[in-house]
Design a protein around this ligand. Structure first.
Ligand SMILES: [Zn+2]
Length: 149
């Protein structure tokens, strides 16, 4: 017995392979299936919108500016893949926050980190929003809103 040489196959087995497979599935989903817009009563920490692979959650009445912003996030998932976006967010909110702490000596607030997040900065830009004029599925919203009136 001794230390076995590590092969690529053994590195890619189990959990890592599952994560890669789920990411490829979700990546294909955001590429080809229009994201469904779903209205919810409220979101985490008062957020007005949240883009997930194939799903845009909006708190309260959706407005065009909010949907344009969330569409940019869907485009970011198309470009970087859902796992890629998760890695960018993890880097920004974990490592980036630690770097700010080391540089300034104080912990930045979540709002401050959100404003500095490169994905959010990009999603705020009107030219990026214009580019992100992708189709989303608001059919459920329209039906619900028509049902109310
Ligand atoms: Zn955003």
């Amino acid at each position: 017995m001794g230390i076995q040489p590590t092969s690529l196959a053994s590195l890619l087995d189990g959990d890592l392979l599952l994560v890669a497979a789920v990411n490829i599935f979700l990546w294909a989903w955001v590429q080809w299936v229009p994201s469904r817009v779903v209205q919810v009563s409220r979101l985490f920490r008062g957020a007005r919108g949240l883009a997930l692979p194939g799903l845009i959650l909006v708190a309260g009445e959706p407005n065009p500016t909010l949907l344009d912003h969330e569409r940019v996030h869907i485009l970011q998932m198309r470009k970087w893949s859902p796992l890629g976006v998760a890695c960018i967010l993890a880097w920004h909110y974990l490592i980036g926050t630690l770097i700010v702490r080391l540089r300034t000596g104080s912990w930045p607030g979540l709002w401050e980190r959100w404003q500095a997040c490169p994905l959010e900065v990009q999603a705020q830009q009107p030219e990026q929003q214009a580019e992100a004029a992708i189709r989303v599925n608001t059919r459920g919203l329209r039906e619900r809103n028509q049902g109310r009136s």
